[in-house]
Design a protein around this ligand. Structure first.
Ligand SMILES: [Zn+2]
Length: 163
């Protein structure tokens, strides 16, 4: 009897095994920044520490205190948060600087508390694959209007207004 496919936590594929599974298992690299971003959200949901470490860009600020410290912070996040859903809101292909941008809404809960946020992530290709370089986030509760309609431009204005 065929087994029922498990929907992918990244929200794109109907089946984890053929959606983010091949990236997590190291069978192939995510082909673009959005796929990488989705696969990283999925790795948070599945507590895949190794994949999250492997897909960090070497220049990411979170690695400044060392891989061990960052790995500990990942394990704390796994214990603290429940990853309830992802929606990609906007994306920008790599420009002359090689940086691709993805804007997404991550639904995240700490117990019953809604800690959902919108993040603009930057990704760069390191010669092997797309890697997570940096990100700015705003708690969803602090954003006025409909989060679903946010664009990268509107997010940049919201970020300015909060600074
Ligand atoms: Zn997926």
């Amino acid at each position: 009897m065929p087994t029922t496919p498990t929907p992918c936590p990244c929200g794109r594929g109907p089946d984890y095994e053929t959606c983010c599974g091949p990236y997590h298992r190291g069978e192939r690299e995510a082909p673009d920044a959005e796929s990488l971003m989705r696969s990283r959200y999925c790795a948070f949901a599945r507590r895949d520490e190794a994949y999250l470490l492997r897909t960090m860009h070497a220049d990411h600020a979170n690695l400044e205190e060392g891989v061990g410290a960052f790995a500990r912070s990942l394990r704390e996040a796994f214990a603290q948060y429940r990853y309830a859903g992802l929606r990609v809101l906007d994306r920008r292909p790599p420009g002359s600087d090689g940086l691709a941008e993805v804007l997404f809404h991550a639904r995240v809960f700490e117990g019953k508390a809604d800690q959902s946020f919108v993040e603009r992530s930057y990704f760069a290709h390191d010669g092997t694959g797309w890697r997570y370089l940096a990100g700015d986030l705003i708690p969803a509760a602090a954003l006025r209007g409909r989060v679903e309609a946010l664009t990268l431009d509107a997010f940049a204005r919201a970020l300015e207004a909060l600074r």
